[in-house]
Write a protein that binds this ligand. Sequence first.
Ligand code: DC
Length: 224
Amino acid sequence: MESNTRKRLIIAVDGPAGSGKSSASRLLAERLSYRYIDTGAMYRAAAVAAYRSGVSVENDVALEQLMKDVVISFKSGRIHLDGEDVSRAIREPEIDGLSSAVSARAPIRKALIALQRRMAENGGVVMEGRDIGTVVLPDADIKFFITASAEVRGRRRYTERIERGETADLEEVIEAMKRRDERDAQRELSPLVPADDAQVLETSSLNLEEVVDRMMERAKKHGI
Ligand code: DC
């Protein structure tokens, strides 16, 4: 009985790169048996589509058509482009840079925001990105903005790269993180800022479990 009457909330999670928001959102969704939607993966899939079709990031007409021609979806938590699992392809280094450029284009944002709203309409979702609480789902039941210092986020990114067997320079990773923050906060479309009604979680001195515990505390107040 109880599970039928339980509310299926819409939870928005935003924050900068390396803040740990993806891991926290995924774990929160798991604990609540909600769907986890990584909108960054959707922008990355759009970048893979542009890359493969040779469409220039400057060409808005072609980008608009491209978004009509491709299907971006999640199956069993993995990102698909036209039915193909592109979960690995979206993490390739050339897609990193391209996804940032692609995500600044209006036709791409328009198409993906519409798709994201449809994915969230029945509730029971944790949607994570940069503009979820501010633009995509301004009426979300709960909003979090997860952040950490550039040093902490840079160190996490650096460790990930080293663990993957790549080479990296810590100072350079931290500087790149700061440059990207600045670009993301100042861009015209969907700049990265906390929604007025978001709970800001500064996670520099928290581990993943502690972050998710805080999110759960808030969710419980909403009758979950
Ligand atoms: O979180 P990420 O690094 O996987 O995101 C990939 C790119 O997409 C990154 O440049 C930020 C952008 N993005 C965005 O503009 N809006 C979102 N809701 C999610 C990601």
